[in-house]
Write a protein that binds this ligand. Structure first.
Ligand code: MG
Length: 167
């Protein structure tokens, strides 16, 4: 295996009149994430981490937010396209770790369902996919509940080419 690591970060504003979609799951809450797509901050950070591991640019280059095709699009659809790209380049995802920073709502109860949804798309088992929640201790826009931020690290591996002998 040839291990590679990728890192992703994203932040979206929490605003009234939007559905809150995170990790592919709709969460009941008074506000939702602003964005050209469904605003799924966690999936956007996952996509950037995957693209980073492959040296393939970032989400904005692949899915421009001026493109009407991506207006209100499900970020899960974008993630499926990126995972297909990962596999087409001969890589498999090894594991994923993440931190979601939100003052409200409490996200922990939704993690099992999010892991099921994301695990299916990423081809990861429960122990290979980690979601962690933190608050921002009331500090800054995230702490005031005006935004939600996500940090993601992924490891991907490429199987050694057939016929290549070990040194
Ligand atoms: Mg985003």
């Amino acid at each position: 295996m040839e291990p590679r690591v990728g890192f992703g970060y994203d932040l979206h504003r929490l605003v009234a009149g939007r559905r809150l979609v995170l990790g592919g799951l709709e969460i009941p809450y008074a506000k939702g994430l602003a964005g050209h797509s469904d605003g799924d901050c966690l999936i956007h950070a996952i996509i950037d981490a995957l693209l980073g591991a492959l040296g393939q640019g970032d989400i904005g280059q692949l899915f421009p937010d001026k493109d009407p095709e991506y207006k209100d699009v499900s970020s899960l659809r974008l993630l499926r396209e990126v995972v297909a790209k990962v596999r087409a380049l001969g890589f498999e995802i090894s594991n994923l770790d993440s931190v979601v920073v939100a003052e409200r709502p409490r996200l922990q109860p939704y993690f099992p369902e999010m892991k099921r949804i994301l695990g299916r798309v990423l081809g990861l088992k429960s122990g290979e996919l980690s979601l962690k929640a933190k608050t921002n201790e009331g500090v800054g826009p995230v702490g005031k509940g005006q935004a939600l931020a996500c940090w993601v690290v992924v490891a991907v591996g490429k199987k050694a080419k057939a016929g290549r002998k070990k040194a």
